[in-house]
Ligand binder design. Structure first.
Ligand SMILES: Nc1ncnc2c1ncn2[C@@H]1O[C@H](COP(=O)(O)OP(=O)(O)OP(=O)(O)O)[C@@H](O)[C@H]1O
Length: 445
């Protein structure tokens, strides 16, 4: 590659950095630094792009390779070579060796990225066009749908900041020429030669064959991925609109779903599951969900457990709930003494919490000594606006609260009188006409 190509790469890179700065509030850069060619070039381009914001490099030590400590040292000396202006962060993780090591290492890495990123900081990753083509082929080999074939996105939200991959349209060959011209050093991960990993097999055996036959293959993949991801985004937009229209984000309205053509029912179901849980269902799981839950003749028996979640049906709506919602809480109780004019907070055993905020109007409790427990059966209360007291079970039925949620809703008592059902309903007792000081209840789930 000649000097011109190299400066084109620098120009394209700085344009992207400046575009990002013009459209986002950025507090600093954090380079995901493996020490390999791509992240080494990334760091060099970033420093040269002369943004005045602080730069950190973050290396994840997987503790597997016998050379891992040398890579740590390489990261530290690279950071020091920039006259102390770059902070190097080394995070050690232990990777689960059960299942796919590649996948577990990747998950562990992304967890570190998420937890390390500061508010409005941008995590820069060195993925390039060859990574894009390998990912595309790997997903094709697995039979992925539109979402999978959309490839590696250039930009996405990551926890409190952003993840950005400015090299995603650059070939590895161009990055290598840049590194050689700039006299950069980098480390080679010996596991990259290990062809038992699909990724490496594609890199060494398949991709070169495609490129030899179609020299512009990488660009073609880049074009396909852009078209597919645009279509996937549009489809997601229409599916979101449908979910909004039927207020189906919390629970999927199965009556409305059944009006759609069968193929779209599956598409919408997959989209809803991804939105709710972040997971994708396999075709087999989708089939079981349709046959055993959605088309089950009885609501109550319709339960499917997949990983950490359960699919349940109630009143022809489909719910996706974390399995932890089925803790036995019937014997748990706790009390809290509220101080006048002060907020109070109570953590509950299922990870949710109650907040008590001082209030002089609206529905509020006015007793300062509160007992919190869960349903045992036989509870009564008189909801605001009702003249007679009501069986709690009946009230749950009227409000269409699914049966599996009922035993997980905290009940607030004072002197054995049920004052409030979390923040969902208050007893008539709590409504005072005067402006007596009390506490508004908020239940954070
Ligand atoms: N150990 C590591 N520590 C920090 N960053 C890393 C590490 N390994 C990889 N990265 C980041 O990931 C980028 C891509 O590297 P590689 O292709 O090996 O990653 P990957 O995470 O397996 O890819 P994918 O995210 O597509 O699964 C690197 O350029 C670098 O930014």
């Amino acid at each position: 590659m000649n000097q011109k190509h190299s400066s084109d790469l620098s120009d394209r890179f700085s344009n992207q950095i400046h575009d990002l700065l013009n459209t986002n509030h950025v507090s600093g850069w954090c380079v995901a630094f493996s020490g390999g060619l791509d992240s080494r070039v990334l760091l060099d381009l970033l420093v040269a792009s002369s943004s005045d914001l602080p730069v950190r490099i973050l290396h994840v030590h997987h503790g597997i390779s016998e050379n891992a400590d040398d890579w740590v040292e390489f990261c530290q000396t690279t950071a020091e070579s920039y006259s102390g202006n770059i902070e190097a962060i080394i995070e050690r993780v232990s990777v689960d060796i059960r299942g796919s090591f590649e996948e577990n290492a990747r998950k562990a890495r992304y967890q570190v990225f998420e937890s390390t990123l500061k508010p409005n900081e941008v995590l820069l990753m060195g993925h390039h066009l060859n990574d894009q083509a390998e990912t595309f082929l790997q997903r094709l080999a697995r039979g992925s749908g539109l979402t999978g074939l959309s490839g590696i996105p250039k930009k996405r939200a990551l926890n409190q900041g952003l993840l950005f991959r400015p090299l995603i349209d650059e070939s590895r060959e161009d990055l290598k020429s840049y590194a050689q011209r700039r006299n950069l050093h980098w480390v080679e991960d010996e596991s990259n030669a290990f062809e038992a990993y699909d990724r490496n097999y594609l890199r060494h055996q398949i991709l070169p064959t495609f490129i030899a036959r179609w020299p512009r293959f990488l660009n073609s993949v880049s074009r396909s991925v852009k078209v597919i991801s645009q279509d996937a985004e549009n489809l997601a937009y229409y599916r979101d609109q449908w979910l909004d229209q039927y207020r189906s984000l919390e629970a999927l309205d199965l009556n409305a779903l059944s009006e759609l053509p069968e193929s779209e029912q599956c598409g919408l179901l997959s989209h809803w599951v991804r939105r709710r849980s972040g997971y994708s269902l396999s075709n087999e799981q989708l089939r079981v969900l349709l046959n055993e839950v959605i088309h089950s003749p009885q609501d109550a028996k319709a339960v499917l457990r997949v990983g950490e979640f359960e699919y349940r049906r109630f009143q022809n709506r489909l719910y996706l709930v974390p399995s932890r919602q089925h803790l036995d809480l019937s014997h748990w109780r706790c009390s809290i003494k509220l101080e006048e004019n002060c907020s109070g907070e109570l953590f509950l055993p299922d990870g949710s919490h109650l907040i008590f905020e001082p209030a002089v109007s609206g529905q509020r409790i006015t007793h300062s000594q509160i007992e919190v427990c869960y349903r045992k059966g036989g509870e009564h209360f008189r909801p605001v606006g009702h003249s007679q007291s009501k069986d709690l079970k009946k009230w749950f039925q009227e409000q269409a609260i699914p049966p599996w949620q009922r035993s997980n809703i905290p009940l607030l008592y004072s002197n054995q009188t049920l004052l409030a059902v979390a923040d969902l309903a208050f007893d008539q007792l709590c409504v005072c006409e005067d402006d007596r000081l009390g506490w508004k209840v908020v239940w954070h789930r």
